[in-house]
Structures are given as C-alpha cells and as structure tokens.
Design a binder for this molecule. Sequence first.
Ligand code: NI
Length: 138
Amino acid sequence: MANLFRFGVSLEKKLLDEFDVLIKKKNYSNRSEAFRDLIRQELVKEEWQGKGEVVGAITLVYDHRKRELINTLTNIQHDFQGTIISSQHIHQDHDNCLEIIIARGAVKDVVNLADTLKSVKGVKHGAMNMSSTGKGIK
Ligand code: NI
C-alpha cells in the first residue's frame, strides 16, 4: 500500500474490547482494515449529503399477482430511465418476485426513485443500499 501512514488512537479499554468483538464477528483480519471500512462508510454517507453523483441499489419484494402492481412499478421505472442504469428481476417462488434496481445520479433523484418504488401499495419489502461511484474513495 503506497503512502501508508500510521497514527495512534486512544480508546477506553471497554470500547476497544467491544470493537474487537465486533470486528471478529464481521470477519475482519485486523483493526486497521475494520477502521478503514468505517472511514469509507462515513465518506459514502458524506457523498449522500452532497451535490455529486451517487449510486444506490434498490431492492423490492412483491407478489406479482397483485393487480396493477407490475404496471405501476414499470411505469415508475420508465419515468426514471435517466437514473436507472440496470435492473434484474428474480422469480423467487410461485408468488414472490425480487427486483434489484441500480440507480445512479443526483441524490434527490435516486432517493425520489427509491421512495416512489418502496411506497407502491403491495410492495412487501423495499430497501435502498446507499453506495458510491467510488471516485471519492481510495
Ligand atoms: Ni417474478
């Protein structure tokens, strides 16, 4: 790793013990990697507070037999075609579908798309994972 800097961090013993338990549970090989991930997570959160381009993965679970549900979801996606860069539909079982929609654009557009899709009547679960174009993160 080029330009690697070391710095000391002072923590209460109890907090460090809790951190060690947490990072072991999450399979980090060492504190440094866990700490780097925490920093990156905060940088992504910061991106979502700004005016730049962000990336989000929206997941929806719904029963495709509900009347008009598919049409409504499709109409919304056509209205946001400039924001959606990819989508995938998985038939989970006889009734339930999982749709994963990848959106990229201004925060307000990505959030508006996610909120609009999640709030459609009949959607059993909707969530958005806030991610990044990666340009602002090393
Ligand atoms: Ni399906």
